[in-house]
Design a protein around this ligand. Sequence first.
Ligand SMILES: Nc1ncnc2c1ncn2[C@@H]1O[C@H](COP(=O)(O)OP(=O)(O)OP(=O)(O)O)[C@@H](O)[C@H]1O
Ligand SMILES: [Mg+2]
Length: 390
Amino acid sequence: MQPRQGRPSHGDGRHSAPDPDGSDTYRFPVVAYGESDRVHRHPDRASAWSEESTSAETVAFRRPAESPEGAPSTSNSVVADNLVKRFGDFTAVDGISFTVPTGSVLGLLGPNGAGKTTTVNMLCTLLTPDGGTATIAGHDVVRDRADVRKSIMLTGQFAALDEALTGRENLILFGRLMGLSPKGARARADELLEAFDLTKAASRRVGKFSGGMRRRIDIACGLVVRPEVVFLDEPTTGLDPRSRQDVWDIVSSLSRLHITTLLTTQYLEEADLLSDRIVVIDKGRVIAEGTADELKAQVAGTFCEIVPTSPADLPRLQDALAGLAAEDQIRVDLTRNSLTVPAAGTDVLVEVVRRTDIAGIALSDVGLRRPSLDDVFLELTDRPADAGTE
Ligand SMILES: Nc1ncnc2c1ncn2[C@@H]1O[C@H](COP(=O)(O)OP(=O)(O)OP(=O)(O)O)[C@@H](O)[C@H]1O
Ligand SMILES: [Mg+2]
């Protein structure tokens, strides 16, 4: 699914000039969020919006700052401050703090049981924190629950759809629940079905949808009315690679639409690919945070990996490279039949090639490598929780 690009308009037929950076010109071909009254303006055209996606009646998603819904403008759409949640004697979330700047995507990364869903549920008002505070779009999750709920969309770890209804009926139901007129809800449903590539499956019962289609319709239901913050709790768990790619496309679209997104995942490549920033949690605590690059740099720097053509040459290779780094820093990886040496720059690579050439050791591969996010994750989550960065 790729939202189409078009000229944004103000909802009154006036088109604004294209935004120079283009970032708010992406839209679904549909009436604007927060403009449900517009649904009534051209009732005879409601069913024809798909064809009229470039008409003056279609309105772009707007940046949150321009939103008229009364939400206070804030540079951080999500602020979690020392959140705590206990279940009996067990502390599932133990003082978690982070912020999500408006319009950005935060990846909340952690292994099973780390406290991701519990954190998300507190932010979405489904659980009351036992300690700390949090605001969503400026609304306190305890004092202003109703306003928080109006500002968010939550897609849970398990899709919450009515299995007996078709995809289209589910969307219409959500539209009606969100206050759209019957015609508006139908039109919005059709637009979202098209945007999410589900038109062909629109009249099938959701109970017969594949996991990927179910996930897409679930997310589409949450977008019937423009949310300030989207929470996606492990949106790709259990999906095949193609369906996972579909969800990734949706998250990228949300980002282009400047919708603040908090995504939980156990998949490092997903956090790396989709998030502007990553918060790693384990055992209910934040153990690291930053961009994927910052996290990689935090754990280990660049290294040189050398693979001899014959694994039998590994001991000779080790001797040849002695002194290039401290002895315990020159490591043999028997699964890859390779040897690694820390390497701040290309000088080490040149020296490795020179020494192996002199020693007459044939190499099948040699190069500078950066640690993967997997390396970071394993190293961080191996540590005891109280040895983290807090
Ligand atoms: N209602 C509950 N009652 C008791 N313990 C709970 C409850 N909900 C969660 N927990 C516990 O709190 C911890 C954190 O759970 P949570 O569901 O937040 O983890 P998660 O990071 O979302 O894990 P996963 O990746 O498996 O979804 C776990 O040990 C879990 O067993
Ligand atoms: Mg979870």
